[in-house]
Design a protein around this ligand. Structure first.
Ligand SMILES: Nc1ncnc2c1ncn2[C@@H]1O[C@H](COP(=O)(O)OP(=O)(O)OP(=O)(O)O)[C@@H](O)[C@H]1O
Length: 250
């Protein structure tokens, strides 16, 4: 479980990226984190995984305070940032082995699970090549495989589907759902409403650093009416664009 209490991140006097948010995310669920550009999604994820220090507030992973026992927490987390930084000079397989060593994945397990993941994401042929030769999508897939290889109880993904081809995107969505139904937790950001609608058990919406909704899409519809998720999102974040005069483009 992820429990966030009064979490705030202030970058400067003018930039309050995350403003006193509370969130509770339970295992067994795929939870989408939605919000306009600059709303505070990445900053929140970076604080959860310990890459960014909160100004105030607490984050608990399975009851453990992230700031007090960072190593213990990191062991149960699989994380893919929005722009994964991989070592360019080494091969994909060296990188994957390096990750397996850090997470102490047994040899048999890394062969089986790694082999399955590499095959599913069609990365087997390139795994012995240097990462510097990989396309953007291939890097994304290697980062995803690295995040999944140690069977993390908590999977945190920042815009994981952007950049993947349709087949890989479909496989990732199925893995996310399966991972959650196996009792794990998947928390991910997306701007694509169809993806949220298709795979999320719950969504949390952040706007200008504040949580404006958390619950199921059906609960949001009960509150705001039977509309498309895109329309509901625009209403909740007050970003409807009716005042824009598109005839300018004619
Ligand atoms: N290192 C930083 N220093 C200063 N300001 C930052 C820093 N990182 C993020 N911000 C600011 O914090 C706010 C939240 O940014 P964040 O990246 O968390 O948003 P986001 O919801 O992930 O946006 P997007 O959907 O565009 O990726 C923005 O105003 C951003 O400019």
């Amino acid at each position: 479980m992820i429990e966030i209490v009064g979490l705030t991140k202030v970058f400067s006097e003018k930039i309050i990226a995350v403003d006193n948010i509370d969130l509770k995310i339970n295992e067994g669920k795929v939870v989408g984190f939605l919000g306009p550009n600059g709303a505070g999604k990445t900053t929140t994820l970076n604080m959860i995984v310990g890459l960014c220090k909160p100004t105030s507030g607490k984050i608990f992973i399975n009851g453990i305070d992230v700031r007090e026992e960072p190593e213990k927490v990191k062991k149960v987390i699989g994380f893919v940032p929005d722009e994964p930084l991989l070592f360019e000079k080494i091969t994909g397989i060296s990188y994957l082995n390096f990750i397996c060593d850090i997470f102490e994945v047994p040899l048999e397990e890394r062969r089986k699970r790694g082999g399955w993941l590499l095959q599913a994401f069609k990365l087997l042929d390139a795994i012995k090549d240097p990462i510097s030769t990989y396309s953007h999508g291939m890097r994304q897939k290697l980062a995803l495989i690295s995040a999944l290889i140690h069977k993390p109880k908590i999977l945190i993904l920042d815009e994981p589907i952007v950049g993947l081809d349709p087949e890989s995107a479909s496989i990732l969505k199925q893995i996310m759902k399966r991972h959650a139904s196996n009792g794990n937790l998947v928390f991910f950001t997306t701007h694509i409403m169809e993806i949220a609608e298709k795979i999320c058990d719950e969504i949390a919406i952040i706007d200008k650093g504040k949580i404006v909704f958390q619950g199921t899409i059906n609960e949001l519809r009960q509150l705001k009416g039977d509309k498309s998720l895109e329309q509901l999102f625009l209403e909740v974040t007050k970003s409807e664009n009716e005042e824009i005069d598109f005839s300018f483009l004619d």
